[in-house]
Design a protein around this ligand. Structure first.
Ligand code: FES
Length: 172
C-alpha cells in the first residue's frame, strides 16, 4: 500500500510590499501572487493563466515588472515589491492610472493591472518611449477584449502627462 504524500510544512517569510513589511507563514510552494491576494488582500494583481504568459498578475520587484504567479514568495524576501495599490489610489492615482481612466481603456478590465504596471515600469526607465517600444513592452500582456487601440492611446496619454504634469486632471 502506497504511503500518502506528506505536504511540506509551512514557512515563515516577510515580504516588503508597498513600503510596509508583512511577516506571514505560508506554504513552501506559495507564489507571490497567492500571498499578495490571499494573505495580504491585495487584489490589484489578477490570476489569469498562472503560467507567466498573460501578464494579468504583473507587479514590480525592485522597480522591474515581474509575473507574480510564477515567483515563489520566499524568493522575494527583502525585495521591494509594488502592486497596483502601491502605485496610487482612487483619490490620488498614479499618472498611468489617471491616463488609463482618461482614455477609457477598460472593457472588462481584467488585463489592466498588468497593462498599467508594465507601462509604469516602462515609463520609469524610458519617459519617451517610441510607439514600437510601447508595443514591445506590452507584447506579453494579453487583452481578450481587444482594447489594444485604447490601451496604446492610454500609454500615449501617460507619456503626455509625464511630459506635462499639469495636464493631468488627477489631484497631486
Ligand atoms: Fe501571471 Fe498570467 S497570471 S502571467
Amino acid at each position: 500500500m502506497a504511503m500518502a504524500a506528506v505536504p511540506p510544512p509551512d514557512q515563515p517569510i516577510a515580504l516588503t510590499v508597498n513600503g510596509s513589511t508583512y511577516p506571514r507563514t505560508v506554504g513552501t510552494t506559495a507564489t507571490l501572487l497567492q500571498v499578495l491576494r490571499n494573505d495580504l488582500g491585495l487584489n490589484g494583481p489578477k490570476y489569469g493563466c498562472g503560467l507567466g504568459q498573460c501578464g494579468a498578475c504583473t507587479v514590480h520587484v525592485d522597480g522591474v515588472a515581474a509575473r507574480a504567479c510564477v515567483i515563489p514568495a520566499a524568493k522575494v524576501q527583502g525585495r521591494d515589491i509594488t502592486t497596483l495599490e502601491g502605485l496610487g489610489d482612487r483619490l490620488r492615482p498614479h499618472l498611468v492610472q489617471s491616463a488609463f481612466i482618461q482614455a477609457q481603456a477598460a472593457q472588462c478590465g481584467y488585463c489592466l493591472n498588468g497593462m498599467i504596471m508594465t507601462t509604469a515600469a516602462l515609463l520609469a526607465h524610458n519617459p519617451h518611449p517610441s510607439p514600437q517600444a510601447v508595443r514591445d513592452a506590452l507584447s506579453g500582456n494579453l487583452c481578450r477584449c481587444g482594447t489594444h487601440v485604447e490601451i496604446l492611446a492610454a500609454v500615449q496619454q501617460a507619456v503626455a502627462f509625464l511630459a506635462n504634469p499639469s495636464s493631468d486632471p488627477a489631484p497631486r
